[in-house]
Design a protein. Structure first.
Length: 228
């Protein structure tokens, strides 16, 4: 059996319950732009089926049957939303999901490489790492593969292919951690084993394609994963 050499983490919902912050950042941005959009928790739970903030806004525009905002306006709204997200995260109060800090520390001690495969932007990963580890993302993770680095976002395998390529590893040598159906399908399509831990916004997702399901990462046995 190929030895375990790396852990690859999804960010939103897996490292931290960030989706409520994303939702608030979207709604603050819509209000500031004078756009009459406001996403409730129920609406956002449904809209999360479309990964990526720009893509989510375009899908919502299509759902409403309108032409407004334009693609260029969606791009500008998304830049404003990313800045708003960073400001909310920097204001403090964020905590990692149970088991995350300990797992990352123990994986480092065990000599594993650490990577991120996320739909969100590198700026948001940095904001989160500053909040959780008081370090930039590059000081916590060896590899960061992000949504806009690839042609197709999750559930396509692209972002995991990119993470594996940057790690220099075959899929058998790594283990992915995800919270959503789209994320699990993405990692599985790239040939990875996946540990799924449902988050607040993905509690209703079908995660049965995962190799293992844990309520949270404090229930994950790293020693067993390393020693088989
Ligand atoms: C999370 C997402 C992201 C965030 C918003 O998916 O879909 O789009 O909701 O991020 P995953 P941006 O956890 O599977 O990566 O607005 O920065 O795109
Ligand atoms: Mg996620």
């Amino acid at each position: 059996m190929t030895a375990l050499a790396a852990l690859i983490f999804d960010v939103d919902g897996t490292l931290c319950e960030t989706e409520e912050i994303h939702r608030n950042a979207f709604n603050d941005t819509f209000a500031a732009a004078g756009l009459d959009w406001c996403w409730s928790i129920a609406a956002y739970t449904r809209l999360l089926r479309v990964t990526g903030g720009k893509e989510r806004m375009a899908a919502y525009r299509a759902e409403r049957g309108g032409q407004v905002p334009s693609d260029a306006e969606i791009g500008a709204l998304h830049r404003a939303k990313t800045a708003r997200y960073a400001a909310i995260v920097a204001a403090g109060g964020l905590v990692a999901r149970p088991g995350v800090l300990s797992l990352v520390a123990r994986a480092r001690t065990a000599g594993l490489q650490l990577a991120v495969a996320t739909t969100t932007s590198p700026a948001n990963v940095d904001a989160l790492c500053q909040a959780l580890w008081q370090k930039p993302a590059a000081a916590v993770f060896d590899v960061i593969a992000a949504g806009d680095d690839v042609a197709q976002k999750k559930p396509a395998p692209d972002v995991y292919h990119l993470a594996l390529q940057r790690l220099g590893l075959p899929p058998e040598a790594a283990l992915a951690f995800e919270d959503s159906r789209n994320g699990v399908l993405s990692a599985r399509s790239a040939g990875l084993r996946v540990v799924a831990s449902p988050s607040l916004f993905t509690a209703g997702d079908d995660l049965t394609a995962a190799t293992q399901i844990c309520a949270d990462l404090s229930a994950f046995d790293l020693a067993a994963a390393i020693h088989g």
